[in-house]
Design a protein around this ligand. Structure first.
Ligand SMILES: C[S@@+](CC[C@H](N)C(=O)[O-])C[C@H]1O[C@@H](n2cnc3c(N)ncnc32)[C@H](O)[C@@H]1O
Length: 216
């Protein structure tokens, strides 16, 4: 369990976890062993990772509490008693696709999302689909800094501004949050400079450059 997955675990609120893209199954095992949930579903699109999860679950004698499911996103998972869905370690677009295909996520589910790339695409699509980011934290793990969002299906109480799309609701209160905002600013500046130099998208480049200055 790295700090990224620990942050995901900390944003879960209910008693039954569904971990989408579980890989080794570390998150459901940790949550059960630490009393953070009583039951879990460990899902993955591929049999290889699911076999690793099964081995890990059996090693820890947790097979009576964790059910493994071979599923593309949540396509083969029924809502049942699930209270929390974690989708971590995937690209922002893929996370958004998985959410948009699952109708029961619009019911009373606490969603915890950790995109590896394109968080701005995920934030836009959440907003457009009527999902509100309630809380967004940042955490440093190894050489990288990540954002972790707690999300629910309800009308967002903020606007879909460029600042929201690129920096999220990360407040910059902790060292990790400050580093996240700086990292986003650096990425925006690099993209903007490329556009301005190339001459093709210089108007968009100027806009991104201004946005990058918010947290440089
Ligand atoms: C990089 S691992 C992330 C593992 C863990 N969630 C984490 O954050 O450390 C990505 C996992 O997601 C799985 N995956 C990729 N696309 C998926 C999909 N559409 N539905 C379910 N699982 C998927 C992969 O097989 C892989 O095991």
């Amino acid at each position: 369990m790295d700090s990224r997955l620990l942050t995901c675990a900390g944003l879960c609120t209910g008693d039954v976890l569904c971990d989408v893209g579980t890989d080794h199954g570390y998150l459901p095992c940790y949550m059960i062993e630490n009393g953070l949930c009583s039951k879990a579903y460990a899902c993955d699109i591929a049999q290889g990772p699911l076999d690793s999860a099964i081995a890990h679950i059996n090693e820890r004698c947790l097979s009576d509490r964790i059910t493994t499911v071979l599923s593309d996103g949540l396509d083969s998972v029924e809502k049942g008693d699930i209270t929390d869905v974690v989708i971590a370690g995937m690209g922002g677009e893929l996370i958004a696709d998985i959410i948009s295909r699952c109708g029961w996520l619009r019911e009373d589910i606490n969603l915890v999302l950790q995109p590896m790339t394109k968080p701005e695409v995920l934030r836009r699509r959440l907003y457009e689909q009527g999902f509100c980011v309630l809380r967004e934290l940042a955490c440093v793990s190894g050489r990288f800094v990540y954002s972790v969002m707690q999300v629910r299906c309800e009308k967002p109480n903020y606007g879909c501004t460029d600042e929201y799309l690129h920096y999220g609701l990360v407040k910059g209160e902790t060292d990790d949050e400050k580093r996240y905002l700086k990292d986003r600013s650096n990425k925006l500046r690099t993209a903007a400079e490329g556009m301005i130099k190339g001459g093709k998208k210089s108007e968009l480049g100027q806009k991104l450059l201004e946005l990058s200055r918010l947290h440089e």
